[in-house]
Design a protein around this ligand. Structure first.
Ligand SMILES: [Zn+2]
Ligand SMILES: [Zn+2]
Length: 327
């Protein structure tokens, strides 16, 4: 079968690999399409270390079940599935507490375990979620990153009628905006790129102007930058919530007394918890995904997909099936 491997930083190639085997509790999935996101780009750039090169890329996969292990229930051949690409252990203290995002033994697909950009993948059945029928392939590809925003919103306990600010409108920020708008919040954003800002406005968010915006109840930082993090902390109203999703890795100067005086609640939100967040998204998919899907690339043009993903606004994705089979 074909797979897409990073052979050196900044260079991916289609390689041949054997079709994977699968255990009695796993399913074998024919992959239809895979989204490209910021964490893939940090692997592609060589900024995030992976165990070896060549390395199979990708984690936001949608496919079709082609075989099920002998002990699997609730999954059938022919079912379309969205992959939850973080396999928790179910036995550590975090897992037992229902906070699988903190699992000490978590398999992080595409980072600690080979990625999903291949014709076939084997995975634990519990992490292959039957897809909502009303969405087509390119929309389904957005559901994994959408779930990241849904989990952050759940943890922040958003409520209809609240004001919210989303800092950064890469695909995570845009998908979060979509969720907040559809749930009746008054949503603002900060984004330097004009094209991305336009997409955020099409989703119903407004550019943030501190002179006219209301006090902000819920701030979400998705840019993963130090200035973005600092402006998130400075913008929440007294008593408000600041939820950090972006992975800024450098130290940021903060003024502790400002946090104390403003009685801020600051929360780090890492991915999602199994199975509640995916279950919610599969049952309540958003309505506006078509607006943010932009670049579709066949596997042969994956190099182009990775090289351009930072500048193409919205979601880029790689198709593993011939055009026309993509509905
Ligand atoms: Zn991702
Ligand atoms: Zn665990």
């Amino acid at each position: 079968m074909r797979a897409l491997a990073l052979v050196k930083p900044g260079h991916v190639e289609v390689v041949e690999r054997p079709v994977p085997t699968f255990t009695p509790t796993e399913v074998l999935v024919r992959v239809l399409g895979v989204g490209v996101c910021g964490s893939d780009l940090s692997v592609y750039d060589g900024h995030r270390q992976v165990p070896e090169l060549p390395w199979i890329m990708g984690h936001e996969a949608v496919g079709e079940v082609v075989a099920v292990g002998s002990q699997v229930t609730g999954r059938q051949v022919g079912q379309r599935v969205v992959v939850e690409p973080n396999y928790c252990c179910f036995t550590c203290a975090a897992c037992l507490a229902g906070e699988t995002s903190g699992c000490l033994n978590r398999v992080i697909v595409g980072m600690t375990s080979p990625g999903l950009l291949a014709d076939y993948i084997g995975l634990p059945a519990a992490f292959a979620h039957p897809a909502p029928r009303e969405l087509d392939l390119e929309e389904l590809i957005c559901l994994e990153p959408y779930t990241v925003g849904v989990a952050a919103s759940r943890r922040a306990q958003i409520q209809a009628g609240q004001s919210a600010l989303v800092v950064g409108t890469g695909s995570t920020g845009l998908l979060l905006i979509m969720h907040l708008v559809e749930h009746g919040l008054d949503v603002y954003f900060v984004e330097p790129s004009a094209e991305r800002a336009q997409l955020a406005e099409e989703l119903g968010a407004k550019p943030f102007d501190p002179s006219s915006a209301p006090p902000i109840d819920q701030v979400f930082e998705t840019s993963g930058t130090v200035p973005g993090t600092q402006s998130a902390l400075a913008t929440a109203r007294p008593g408000g919530n600041v939820t950090l999703l972006g992975l800024a890795a450098e130290p940021a100067a903060i003024v502790p007394s400002a946090i104390v005086r403003n009685r801020l609640t600051i929360r780090g939100s890492m991915i999602y918890d199994h199975p509640i967040d995916f279950d919610y998204c599969m049952g309540n998919p958003p309505r506006s995904l078509k607006k943010i899907v932009r670049g579709e690339f066949p596997l042969e043009q994956a190099q182009k997909a990775f090289a351009s993903a930072r500048t193409v606004p919205g979601k880029s994705w790689i198709s593993l099936v011939p055009m026309g089979e993509n509905s």
